[in-house]
Write a protein of this length. Structure first.
Lengths: 413, 471
């Protein structure tokens, strides 16, 4: 392997404090505005069903942005766990995305409140009337009940916030001290951290998504949600790196080689997602047991079949063919286009997971609601507010990471 | 460098340098020498003869068992109604699982640029080949009328019998067949430069002709290397999905059914994780004595062993995650049959098998949280044996416990293996080890050419300056 001459990062623009605070303010303001205006419009025009529709739309977008933050945490944990060298120059970006976790904890409040108040939506099992007439939910009450749900939510966010802030804080500390010991300590913490991550993300997906249809169950569900989150973060990293470089930041730091590698991971996880999705679908389809197929039944009728097919092609076949070659992965513009596409598909995936389930007995029809859009933009604005705001506070790369030189000189063979 | 009871310690986790992957005072020539002399020695070590004698005896037992089976019928096994799948399927899944580490190391770790794989990939791949042969044998002899085995292949015949493509067992044939073919190609293509080395060093005519034949006229020309590298990369890309698909398809044999305990959606990735886990367990079991016996400690270093132990910990934890998820969902489903199946596993008639499985597969790998255990040859070896045992019992639990008690209590039954079953299992180890020992004796056990690419220096400079292994 040949090594390119290592660049001097001191000559690079690696701060965005002149740029992102304004962006963060604008995004945050827009987010709140759209969320509020959307809610008012929804209330005025939707009156009776407003709260239900709002919570459903809100949950879909909430799970989408949370999955990105979780993906960021996964990426950081993975790099430390594997002593990765190539990824150092993009790790800070993932650290910052993961640090949206406190915001996501606050944004969980409307959902948790709905459960605590015993509303029928988004989770029908939270409502005493529903449970009283449903023998199957009664059997699950030891798990599906409001206090335990609240407790689990607190535990999830305690774990995620702690992990995200730990890795971010230690990494930033290293920027000034250059202490090698910090790298070793982060590697040590990453192993139990990954274990905690696996357990919490699984149970979160059971609680917040799978239990929307409280009769249905699938052991692979946690892995499915994880696979989507991983796809999401690699797309986000590509887009972030691209936008930063467009503003003249990290111009020589993040190279074609790094785009190529992030692109490879995105490709790999697209295939992994398809593998998990296929495993779940094929086994349920093949065994054809009604208590399992009902979940897919609602997703294959009432217009949802089109969404399902859009996922099959848009989340797998098209990106698979588009990204299999090394050339698109090494051309920034193509790769970014692919990443934007994939991120859109990931949102459709989460939408497809959450929306069809949240109905009151009736089979739901696929139609985009105004609130779906306003919640997406609203929560998106707040998410960008968190990420962009935090980006301004430190360097965009781990300045004195002991493997930074390796990452800067990295070349694909 | 500190000494770990005769070992050179290259397990330091200093993030500033990458650990050396070839330790001691070695240059390119001495690496070639140390691998080639194993195959060129007039006689292998005495331990090899002892191991070979035992293996061949076990192989002979296998032959007798199969002949007895064919001439008598599958009634000689313990299979009954309802447990129609007994040891044969347990052993099949077990051996396929063992066969996963080789291609994972040579394909996936290659794509992940894990350079330490070069020390262990060759014999792990060989192990894969022999394990898949052992695996493939079992469904073949399980069909009862063995002379119709070829009906499994999609060949037209006069009776207009066609394979049932909707059956997961049929998919198995293709999945395992493809895996074997690609693994064999991978193993062989990777070995070509080393076979040429053996040819060039050969002192007898027979050796020169045989190694020369298989070396395909390799001269080490730049053009050869270019094509070789391309072929290797493409094969790695092709083999990577295969690593996941084979055991996923094997899991479909169970998961596509409606039987509680078998029908669960996490089975494909869970089986893959378990397969890699068991595969690495077996690589460890073989690597520890082999590096000692053939003097390869400088190529298969402590760091290689430590890394393998970490993979065992990761995949063991994944398997533990799957156990927990299955158990939780069986309760959460609210389905009494699901609940019964899983409580039955832990507390029913096969509770002992279940707890052997949990102890070996989930508890044992937890030792590897501690560096002291990851760098202790004794702990590594014993733990790897536990992993092998645990993974065999996992398949036993899945196959037997679910079949023995399904929906109708009137159909329940208890499965007891016969002596023939047990001897056939032992015999399959004979087949495996005979193949592996012959490989150790006659073929390059370590990828000489690949390992040279990760060596820091080409000339001897003293052990103390072993340097880093590159980015």
């Amino acid at each position: 392997m040949t090594h390119a001459p290592v660049i001097d990062i001191k000559n690079e623009r690696r701060h965005v404090d002149d740029l992102t605070p304004a962006l963060a303010r604008r995004a945050g303001f827009t987010g709140v505005l759209v969320l509020v205006v959307g809610a008012i419009l929804g209330y005025v025009f939707g009156a009776d069903h407003f709260a239900e529709q709002f919570l459903r739309s809100y949950l879909a977008s909430y799970c989408f942005f949370l999955s990105l933050a979780l993906g960021g945490l996964f990426f950081v944990l993975l790099q430390h766990l594997t002593y990765a060298g190539w990824s150092v120059v993009v790790r800070r970006l993932a650290e910052v995305v993961a640090c949206a976790m406190p915001l996501m904890a606050i944004l969980a409040l409307p959902i948790v409140m709905a459960v605590l108040l015993g509303w029928k939506y988004p989770f029908s099992w939270a409502n005493a009337d529903v449970v009283a007439h449903d023998a199957l939910i009664q059997k699950k009450q030891a798990y599906l009940n409001a206090p335990f749900f609240l407790l689990r939510t607190i535990i999830y966010f305690a774990v995620w916030i702690r992990l995200a802030s730990y890795f971010h804080a230690k990494s930033v500390e290293q920027d000034t001290t250059g202490d090698v010991e910090l790298t070793r300590r982060m590697a040590k913490v990453s192993a139990p951290g990954m274990l905690l991550f696996a357990v919490t993300i699984t149970l979160f997906s059971f609680d917040y998504i799978m239990s929307l249809d409280p009769h249905w169950f699938s052991t692979i569900f946690g892995v499915y949600f994880f696979a989507g989150s991983a796809v999401g973060i690699f797309a986000v990293l590509i887009i972030m790196a691209y936008l930063l470089q467009r503003e003249g930041r990290l111009e020589n730091v993040i190279t074609t080689e790094h785009y190529h590698d992030v692109g490879k991971f995105m490709f790999a996880f697209i295939v992994f997602w398809a593998y998990i999705a296929f495993s779940q679908y094929m086994l349920i389809w093949y065994a054809n047991i009604p208590e399992e197929t009902e979940w897919y039944h609602v997703r294959q009728t009432g217009g949802w079949e089109r969404v399902s097919l859009a996922l099959l092609f848009g989340h797998f076949f098209i990106p698979f063919l588009a990204l299999i070659s090394r050339h698109p992965k090494r051309r920034k513009n193509w790769l970014v286009a692919g990443a934007v596409w994939i991120l859109l598909m990931h949102w459709i995936d989460i939408y497809w997971l959450t929306i069809p389930a949240a109905h009151d007995g009736a089979e739901p029809h696929a139609s985009l609601h105004l609130l779906d859009a306003t919640c997406l933009i609203g929560l998106g604005g707040l998410f960008v507010w968190s990420v962009a705001g935090r980006l301004a506070h430190q360097s965009l790369i781990p300045e004195r990471d002991p493997r930074l030189a390796e990452s800067l000189a990295f070349e694909n063979q | 460098m500190a000494s770990l009871a005769g070992e050179i310690d290259n397990t330091s986790d200093d993030p500033r340098v990458r650990a050396p992957l070839v330790v001691g005072d070695h240059d390119l020539a001495s690496v070639t020498e140390s691998v080639a002399r194993v195959a060129e020695a007039p006689r292998p070590p005495r331990a090899w003869y002892i191991a070979f004698a035992i293996s061949v005896s076990a192989l002979a037992i296998l032959g007798v068992m199969i002949l007895y089976l064919i001439f008598t019928g599958v009634g000689v096994w313990g299979v009954n109604n309802p447990v129609g799948w007994g040891f044969a399927i347990v052993n099949f899944v077990f051996w396929v699982g063992i066969g996963h580490a080789g291609t994972l190391i040579s394909a996936i770790l290659f794509l992940f640029r894990q350079k330490w794989r070069t020390g262990i990939n060759r014999f792990a791949e060989a192990m894969t080949i022999f394990a898949v042969i052992c695996a493939g044998m079992f469904p073949g002899i399980h069909v009862g009328r063995i002379w119709f085995t070829y009906w499994m292949f999609p060949v037209p015949n006069q009776m207009e019998l066609w394979p049932q493509f909707r059956s997961p067992l049929m998919w198995d044939l293709f999945a395992v067949g493809t895996y074997f073919t690609v693994s064999l190609m991978f193993w062989y293509v990777g070995m070509i430069p080393d076979l040429a080395t053996f040819r060039d060093r050969a002192v007898t005519r027979v050796r020169r002709m045989l190694y020369g034949f298989f070396a395909l006229g390799w001269t080490g020309a730049a053009r050869h290397w270019h094509r070789y590298e391309r072929a290797y990369l493409i094969l790695a890309a092709l083999a990577t999905p295969l690593v996941l698909s084979v055991h996923s398809v094997v899991s479909f044999d169970f998961a596509a059914a409606q039987l509680p305990g078998w029908h669960t959606t996490i089975l494909p990735p869970y089986f893959v994780a378990g397969a890699i886990f068991s595969g690495f367990g077996m690589v460890m079991t073989l690597a520890v004595p082999a590096r000692q016996l053939f003097g390869l400690k400088h190529l298969i270093t402590m760091r290689h062993l430590e890394n393998m132990s970490k993979i065992i910990l990761v995949t063991g934890s994944m398997v533990g995650y799957a156990y927990l998820t299955e158990f939780f969902i069986s309760w959460y489903s609210g389905n009494i049959f699901e609940r019964f199946a899983f409580i039955g596993r832990a507390m029913g008639p096969y509770w002992w098998a279940y707890w052997i499985m949990v102890t070996c597969n989930v508890v044992t790998p937890q030792l590897f949280w501690f560096k002291r255990c990851r760098t202790s040859i004794l702990v590594l070896f014993i733990a790897s044996i536990f992993v092998n045992i645990g993974m065999w019992f996992e398949r036993f639990v899945i196959v037997i416990s679910s079949l023995s008690a399904d929906f109708l209590p009137a159909q329940w039954g208890y499965y007891t293996p016969t002596l023939i079953d047990i001897l056939t299992l032992i015999g399959s180890f004979g087949l495996f080890f005979t193949g592996f020992l012959l490989f150790c004796r006659y073929l390059p056990m370590v990828a000489i050419a690949e390992i040279k690419a990760v060596m820091p220096r080409k000339h001897r400079q003293g052990a103390a300056a072993a340097g880093e292994a590159g980015a």
